[in-house]
Design a protein around this ligand. Structure first.
Ligand SMILES: [Mg+2]
Length: 372
């Protein structure tokens, strides 16, 4: 999903097709999630009982034998929407396209095994550039233990990389978004907001490059952590491996692709719970704080709404959490029973205020995001 608005397509790249007919509905009226729901309704329900999960989770799950399931997920990265070739090295693009999918497999508590890759190749992409893209894909294959078993290449107006990853697990290992219970702790691996901070730095550098031309000297060193987290984020597969070794299975699980706020809403909606988050507990790297300070912005906004961190948000009882290395995660809140008068997700701030968090913004920012 194209979270950071600065990276979205401009009005001039709407495509070459005809305008929307006055009696038709613009997609912006229903949003991305509304569109997904509409398309799912168009396909209808399946009565195939080998399908354990369809469109509603990080990856689909289907049974292949008595105790083995496969998970499958697919994700596209499109030039001009998800990345800008002026600052996205080809190698990192390949790695990121793989990571985004592996992250969704990890978010089902499964092991990735196979991938297919479809590349849309514009006229101005060289053989060397495409080779470098595939070096990044190969690095990801080595890091995550997967093999590319097929794909497609096609001419295109802009560069795109669409990856499908198939993973495997025992049926009882799979963790869905829907399993959390009141009283469960809400936990997160790693730190949040770095990818968005990295994007902000890169966009600013691009602007300065355009203004100053060849005299421009980029100052990227002090931002190298956040830039790397944006360009080549790792998927948290090691967490899933460690959990298996520790005999730990979360009650619910999702990866951070659209931002913590959106992901916690998904867990609550699927599980029928509400969430109380604690702002001071949200893990944020000092590098991300420095970047936010430089831009004069609230770093919590980066962590809640930035996206593309590819960390894992999971829930478990306090007792279950004893099985884990306490260094490997942070408790950022708690699941509670839903109450009619209380918002789905609240954030207790350092000053004691408990504010409503919507999937895409705070209430006190006066935005008009959809109800959470
Ligand atoms: Mg996901």
């Amino acid at each position: 999903m194209d979270t950071p608005a600065e990276n979205g397509p401009s009005a001039s790249d709407r495509g070459a097709g005809p305008d929307i007919h006055p009696q038709e509905t613009a997609i912006s009226e229903i949003g991305e999630f509304g569109l997904i729901a509409h398309l799912r309704d168009t396909l209808g329900e399946s009565d195939d009982d080998s399908i354990l999960e369809g469109i509603a989770d990080d990856a689909a799950v289907y049974r292949v034998s008595d105790d083995t399931v496969h998970v499958v997920t697919t994700d596209a990265l499109i030039e001009g929407v998800h990345f800008d070739r002026t600052f996205m090295p080809m190698e990192h693009l390949g790695f990121k396209a793989m990571s985004a999918n592996v992250s969704d497999v990890a978010a089902m508590n499964a092991r990735p095994r196979y991938a297919t890759v479809v590349v849309g190749v514009p006229k101005n992409a060289s053989v060397e550039a495409m080779g470098t893209l595939y070096q990044g894909i190969k690095q990801a294959c080595d890091a995550y233990g997967i093999t590319v078993i097929g794909g497609d290449t096609t001419g295109a107006h802009s560069l795109s990389v669409t990856v499908t990853v198939i993973g495997e697990a025992a049926e009882d290992e799979i963790v869905y978004r829907r399993g959390s219970k009141p009283g469960d702790k809400i936990c997160v691996t790693g730190d949040l907001g770095a990818s968005y901070a990295g994007l902000k730095v890169l966009l600013l550098q691009r602007e300065q490059l355009q203004q100053q031309g060849e005299d421009f000297q980029p100052h990227l060193d002090k931002f190298s952590y956040v830039i790397r987290r944006h360009l080549a984020p790792p998927a948290q597969l090691q967490a899933v491996r460690n959990w298996k070794e520790a005999g730990f299975r979360p009650s619910s699980l999702i990866d951070v692709s659209d931002g913590l706020a959106s992901e916690v809403h998904h867990l609550c909606e699927a599980s029928g719970t509400r969430a109380q988050l604690y702002e001071p507990s949200i893990p944020i790297s000092p590098h991300t704080r420095n970047a936010a300070t430089e831009f004069g912005e609230e770093v919590t906004v980066y962590a809640l709404f930035g996206g593309e961190d590819y960390e894992l948000v999971f829930t478990a009882s306090e007792e279950q959490l004893q099985d884990l290395d306490p260094q490997s995660f942070n408790v950022i809140g708690e699941m509670e029973a839903p109450e009619e008068d209380l918002p789905r997700v609240q954030l207790k701030q350092a000053d004691g205020d408990n504010v409503r968090v919507r999937p895409g913004g705070f209430d006190h920012f006066g935005d008009d995001q959809p109800q959470g």
